[in-house]
Ligand binder design. Structure first.
Ligand code: UDP
Ligand code: GLC
Ligand code: MN
Length: 323
């Protein structure tokens, strides 16, 4: 249906990779809906081009930041103030109904039936099930709702510093008002739940339709050996199931990497594997952001924690000084 869309958000190249895999996973499961990506000005040109090939619409939006360091510290995610940017999705009024999905989600089956649901439908958050998780939700674009949400932010802020706190505050009767607005957990299987309730995962995990790589470490924080088809990096510390991580990586390497390679094209091949080459190219492009721009971004609280300003990269830099 032309007036219904899946919507995601990526403010930088790291989340951009997540959005590319999400878009591909929706296409692979033959969605009949439109695909929309909201992007931030930090995103590089090659990544924008790839997103434009996968998505029907790529829309540049202003990055909104809660600036709420105190609440974000409580969820140990200083980087999530920018998730306020998600609220722009209500301005997509050329669609009558949409499903928002975080860029760190992966679709495992056709989920077009979500459009039978009404605003505001979402699945419980595994940490506090009377709250919904805002990684997957059904909504109706409306300037009026958008305005009210922004007003809510100004008046009440967010109890977690991110969009999930605002949305739970705004749609505050979700837990009790209408059970049809509770999406089954298999539409937003937060990967940490596998460890908090393993028997349930063993019983029901096979029915999962959407996996959500919630938490600080994302699939793109690991590396992948394309020859042995294995994830490398701190896999035992992973907060997700290795099978899902492999699903993400195999889609990334087979469907997304060739597109990135096309964009980053004529750079010298450094190593044997296709994946390594693309990651290298992407990192090179990220590094091209001038140090002046990076400094400005840092000062505006927009460090690319998942990408070039990731802890690993900062540590590497420090190590190189120490050597
Ligand atoms: N996001 C983004 N840039 C950021 C941080 C977040 O575009 O720097 C978007 C992205 O769509 C992401 C969502 O906001 O999936 C929520 O953040 P995240 O998934 O990291 O939160 P979690 O689900 O781990 O709590
Ligand atoms: C959550 C959600 C995510 C949201 C974040 C900040 O854990 O998974 O979608 O952006 O909290 O509120
Ligand atoms: Mn997420």
């Amino acid at each position: 249906m032309a007036d219904q869309a899946f919507v995601t958000l990526a403010t930088n190249d790291s989340y951009g990779r997540g959005a590319m895999v999400l878009g591909k996973s929706l296409r692979h499961h033959n969605t009949t809906k439109k695909l929309v990506a909201l992007i931030g000005p930090q995103m590089s040109e090659p990544c924008r081009s790839v997103l434009k090939e996968i998505f029907d619409e790529v829309r540049l939006v202003d990055v909104l930041d809660s600036g709420d360091a105190a609440h974000l510290a409580m969820i140990k995610r200083p980087d999530l103030g920018v998730t306020f940017t998600k609220l722009h999705c209500w301005t997509l009024t050329h669609y009558s109904k949409c499903v928002f999905m975080d860029a760190d989600t992966l679709v495992l089956a056709n989920i077009d039936d979500l459009f039978d649901r009404e605003e505001f439908s979402a699945a419980p958050d595994p940490g506090w099930p009377d709250c919904f998780n805002s990684g997957v939700f059904v909504f109706r674009p409306s300037e009026e709702t958008h305005g009210k949400l922004l007003q809510y932010c100004t008046e009440h802020g967010s109890f977690d510093g991110g969009d999930q706190g605002v949305l739970n505050g705004f749609f505050s009767d979700w837990a009790t008002a209408d059970i049809s607005k509770h999406l089954p957990f298999i539409y937003n299987l937060s990967s940490i739940a596998i460890y908090t309730y393993l028997p349930a995962f063993k019983q029901f995990g096979g029915n999962a339709k959407v996996v959500h790589f919630l938490g600080k470490t994302k699939p793109w924080s690991y590396s992948y050996d394309s020859k042995s088809k294995q994830i490398t990096g701190n896999v035992h510390e992973a907060t997700t199931h290795p099978t899902f991580l492999l699903d993400w990586w195999s889609l990334y390497s087979s469907a997304v990497v060739p597109m990135l390679q096309e964009q980053y094209g004529d750079e010298p091949i450094r190593s044997g594997s296709v994946e390594d080459e693309s990651c290298t190219s992407l990192e090179q492009a990220e590094a091209q952001l001038s140090s002046e721009e990076r400094k400005k971004n840092w000062e505006q609280g927009q460090a690319d924690y998942m990408g070039m300003d990731s802890f690993d990269n900062i540590k590497k830099k420090l190590d190189s000084f120490l050597k």
